[in-house]
Design a protein around this ligand. Structure first.
Ligand code: SF4
Ligand code: SF4
Ligand SMILES: [Zn+2]
Length: 297
């Protein structure tokens, strides 16, 4: 007979710890916590509680498995479609050398702009006032100032982000990941600024219009903040496509360019089942710039 955890249904062997007794239990802490409650409940109340917890746990597991399955199918389908599209772009490109170009899939940042709402500006101001006050408290160490290094090997990473239009900036909200550490790092480079001047430096960079549904500093021209004023999160974050690109730049033969397939959704929404994440364009990027593929509809 199959031996399983009475809460989550994980299969147990006769030698698994917890496998003996009327309530076989796996090693997971939440499952053990359910069983621990037996000591404080009557048998009937515990049986009801166990039934309810087991039902919930198994339903959650089943939903998670279905979601994993959906994501796997989604990845396979998008990869196959990307491959067809990359090949079409490359075949229309005379002299294309596959070993000196790489294929990348990109999300899309928001294309539309909207006037910056006063409510968002106030929220940003409140957040800045709080982190600046924290940064000026005595006793905290100044973090190292090497967090704004830019990849100087190639213009390709910057061009890729430009084509994407900040597809990962859409979670920046009204606080832009700015923290007391960011302010301390900025202050290490600008030690003469007062707290009020630091606040002005950030507020003065707000643009009158921002990209719809994105970070308060996200403008049509990219981030309104210079790198030394951005958070470590912003300066360090690389999406998978950017990681692949940086790794490839370390390899031989030298990379001449990338062939891009771009999809509709931003980085964070691209898996959502209710969103259309179809291909919206393709392009090649080289040192001389971005060339949209003429076959784009
Ligand atoms: S890091 Fe990736 S998702 Fe973010 S802007 Fe660059 S290419 Fe787009
Ligand atoms: S601060 Fe700049 S880089 Fe960071 S999320 Fe906002 S727009 Fe993007
Ligand atoms: Zn269990």
């Amino acid at each position: 007979m199959r031996l399983e955890c009475v809460v989550c249904g994980t299969e147990l062997t006769a030698r698994s710890p917890g496998a003996t007794g009327p309530y076989p239990i796996c090693h997971a802490v939440p499952c053990r916590m359910v069983l621990d409650q037996r000591a404080t409940m009557g048998e009937t109340a515990f049986a009801r509680h166990l039934h309810w917890r087991a039902k919930n746990t198994r339903e959650q597991r089943s939903r998670a498995r279905a979601e994993d399955e959906r994501l796997r199918a989604w990845t396979v389908a998008e990869s196959a479609e990307n491959t067809v599209h990359w090949a079409a772009v490359e075949s229309a490109w005379p002299g294309h050398q596959p070993d000196q170009f790489m294929r990348l899939a990109l999300p899309s940042g928001p294309a539309r702009q909207r006037k910056l709402a006063q409510r968002r500006r106030q929220h940003y101001l409140d957040h800045l006032a709080q982190v600046i006050a924290q940064a000026f408290l005595p006793g905290d160490e100044v973090p190292p100032s090497d967090t704004v290094a830019v990849d100087a090997r190639s213009t390709l990473p910057g061009q890729v982000c430009a084509l994407c239009r900040g597809g990962c900036c859409t979670r920046g909200g009204d606080t832009a990941y700015l923290s007391a550490d960011t302010v301390r790092r900025f202050m290490a480079q600008q030690p003469d600024l007062s707290p009020a001047q630091v606040l002005s430096a950030y507020l003065d960079r707000l643009a009158p219009k921002t990209q719809v549904g994105s970070c308060i500093n996200h403008t049509a021209g990219g981030c309104a903040l210079p790198r030394e004023m951005r958070s470590d999160v912003c300066n360090r974050y690389l999406c998978d496509s950017q990681k692949e690109l940086r790794e490839r730049l370390d390899e031989a033969p030298p990379l001449l360019g990338v062939v891009v397939v771009q999809r509709r959704q931003d980085h964070w929404s691209r898996h959502l089942p209710e969103r259309d994440n179809g291909i919206v364009g393709s392009a090649t990027i080289t040192a001389s710039g971005i060339s949209p593929w003429p076959g784009n509809s």
